[in-house]
Design a protein around this ligand. Structure first.
Ligand code: PMP
Length: 313
């Protein structure tokens, strides 16, 4: 039997006991840094594989530096604590793991990050598909532009920043689309609300540069490497024009929650033939076994954890 466990301020506790007060700074102002990490259940191995755990915490710690948040754990300790939650919770299904480092001080009307105390918690919950990994989704171009690095840096997962994605996503769903694609302040394509974006043009795949105000996605890195090393494709990181959304052979998204997701239409115009294109499909065939610990060549990217139920604890 699975029991939801959180790690909060130094202890493993039942998830329902992990609470914050209503004066918590992060709740008022979004002064937090978070990660979204996946634990992928492999029934044959009876093992949870946490994909690129260290890379997620490296990104979290970079965001903490930006927000003057002091996390009292090393990178190794953060990884150990996270594996500890998965082990103790005992889930035998796919998980979403959410660490949050935040301004925990219960103080209102204080906008100086350096005078506020910090907290850290992490939890894991069962999580299936975020988007429709089996088919191609419909997208629109958002009317909200992606926030620029000169405003709030989008290269870190800062909680307050996500209002930008949330407004765009909410409008997209209300208009009947599955996802919104955001342009940056100069009108170039940036990313989805929670995914990086790729464009297939013949044997070349383009994706916006990091300076386009995208989140440096961990799945983006995986995809770029698989495209070059496994599929032998040419990869370009460059400025991408809006019109490419309507004319590329294929458009696909990548993200921890979204995996590798085909885009079937943008603003009602079909992309390719409107289904999941052949390059996207080949990437998916490579990606899913890797994150589930089924490809020995990439096993070093996964942290294996045995849930307590199977340890007889
Ligand atoms: N862009 C944004 C805005 C995101 O929130 C995410 C999800 N973390 C991504 C891209 C994809 O990043 P990753 O592959 O590291 O999950």
């Amino acid at each position: 039997m699975a029991t939801p466990i959180a790690f909060m301020n130094g202890d493993y506790v039942p998830l329902e006991e992990a609470k914050v007060g209503i004066m918590t700074h992060a709740l008022h102002y979004g002064t937090a840094v978070f990660e979204g990490i996946r634990g992928n259940w492999n029934p044959e191995h009876e093992t949870m594989y946490i994909y690129k755990l260290r890379e997620h915490y490296e990104r979290l710690l970079r965001g903490c530096k930006m927000l003057w948040i002091d996390v009292p754990y090393s990178l190794d300790e953060l990884c150990e604590v996270t594996a500890g939650i998965v082990e103790r919770s005992g889930y035998t299904e796919d998980l979403y793991i959410r660490p949050v480092a935040y301004k925990s001080q219960e103080m209102v009307a204080n906008l100086n990050l350096r005078s506020l105390g910090d907290g850290f918690f992490c939890l894991a919950v069962p999580f299936g598909n975020y988007l429709d990994a089996s088919g191609a989704i419909s997208c629109c171009v958002a009317s909200y532009r992606r926030i620029d690095d000169t405003m709030v840096p989008p290269r870190f997962k800062l909680s307050g920043l996500y209002l930008n994605s949330i407004l765009a996503k909410t409008d997209a769903i209300a208009a009947g689309f599955d996802e919104a694609i955001m342009l940056n302040m100069d009108g170039h394509v940036c990313e989805g609300t929670g995914e990086n974006i790729f464009f297939v043009h013949g044997n070349t795949v383009a994706t916006p540069t990091l300076e386009s105000n995208v989140l440096p996605g961990i799945t983006r890195d995986t995809v770029l490497r698989l495209l070059e090393d496994e599929l032998g494709m040419r990869v370009e990181q460059r400025l991408v024009d809006r019109s490419e959304l309507y004319t590329a052979d294929e458009v696909f998204l990548s993200g921890t929650a979204a995996h590798v997701q085909g885009v079937g239409s943008v603003d009602h115009r079909p992309v390719g033939n409107g289904g999941v294109g052949p390059v996207t499909q080949r990437l998916q065939e490579l990606y899913f076994p890797i994150v589930r610990g089924q490809n020995p060549s990439y096993l070093h990217e996964c942290t294996p954890v045995q849930p307590k139920a199977l340890l007889g604890a």
